[in-house]
Design a protein around this ligand. Structure first.
Ligand code: ZN
Length: 276
């Protein structure tokens, strides 16, 4: 199992997990290369809500989704709020949030669907994209795991929502934990530590490490542990182990942007869907 970047045409890359069968599903993580946005959103910013020129964002979105064989009008994307709401996407939602932030699926941090050819898309700049695919009943999901969502166990809840809605079993569910800020860079304060102790009383030491009197959070471990807790076999979970802050020339990173005195930055996107 591995995570890799595949070069598409025109300086466009797809971050991918080898664990997902390409004949059944399409999926990709974007990078910041190959887009038309200008600093501090340079270049393939895929988020409409960060203050970038919306025409440029739509041009970037079009380029990215067309590279996967779909159209801008197909994308379904939510207004992410670091919550734990999971939304089941149906055919009638096709296009929601694709061109206007105002009609995105409201206040939602995970999407699931069993409708084919319907790209679910979430945006990220250091938080963890978590991809799900049910290889038996053909369903997919995508979740946004920032520290809050991770402590609320949104990854485990997304699997449970797929189980409830589509009959997804742990054995047939494969998961990719995508690039995000790593424990190399993710220093956290007391509030996060307290939540982590509450959410992961038995695994705290696997998730938090101390260096030079500072505490660092491992979001990848925390998301993997909660998936193991709900029964997913370890071999079904692929972890990219790519730090967006260390690799901020490849990925948008909120922390890296702050370090360089930018107020904000662009967003990469993670998308997944079922092929018909
Ligand atoms: Zn790092």
């Amino acid at each position: 199992m591995s995570y890799f970047l595949r070069r598409n045409e025109q300086n466009l890359f797809h971050g991918k997990f080898s664990i997902f069968p390409e004949d059944l599903f399409f999926h990709a993580i974007s990078t910041r290369l190959g887009g038309v946005s200008e600093s501090p959103f340079d270049g393939l910013n895929l988020a409409l809500h960060v203050g970038d020129d919306s025409e440029k964002v739509l041009s970037n979105r079009k380029k990215f989704i067309q590279s996967l064989g779909y159209n801008l009008e197909d994308i379904v994307t939510p207004n992410q709020v670091h919550g734990e709401k999971i939304f089941r996407v149906e055919e009638i939602h096709r296009g929601r949030g694709s061109k206007n932030y105002s009609d995105s699926i409201s206040e939602t941090d995970a999407l699931i669907t069993n409708v084919p050819n319907l790209p679910l898309m979430l945006c990220f700049a250091d938080c963890v994209p978590i991809f799900f695919a049910d290889t038996e009943n053909l369903a997919v999901g995508i979740a946004h795991g920032g520290w809050k969502g991770t402590m609320e166990k949104i990854a485990a809840k997304t699997f449970l929502a797929m189980k409830e809605n589509f009959g997804t079993s742990a054995k047939n569910c494969i998961v990719g934990i995508g690039p995000s800020i790593g424990s190399c860079c993710y220093e956290v304060g007391r509030e996060v530590l307290e939540e982590c102790r509450k959410s992961f009383p038995n695994n705290f030491s696997e998730i938090v490490t101390e260096r030079d009197g500072k505490n660092f959070l491992n979001l990848w471990a925390a998301n993997k542990i909660q998936l193991l807790e709900v029964g997913l076999p370890e071999e079904n979970i692929d972890v990219a182990e790519e730090c967006t802050c260390c690799k901020s020339s490849w990925y948008f990173s909120y922390r890296a942007a702050k370090k360089n005195n930018f107020k904000d930055t662009g967003r990469i996107a993670a998308t997944i869907g079922i092929r018909s």
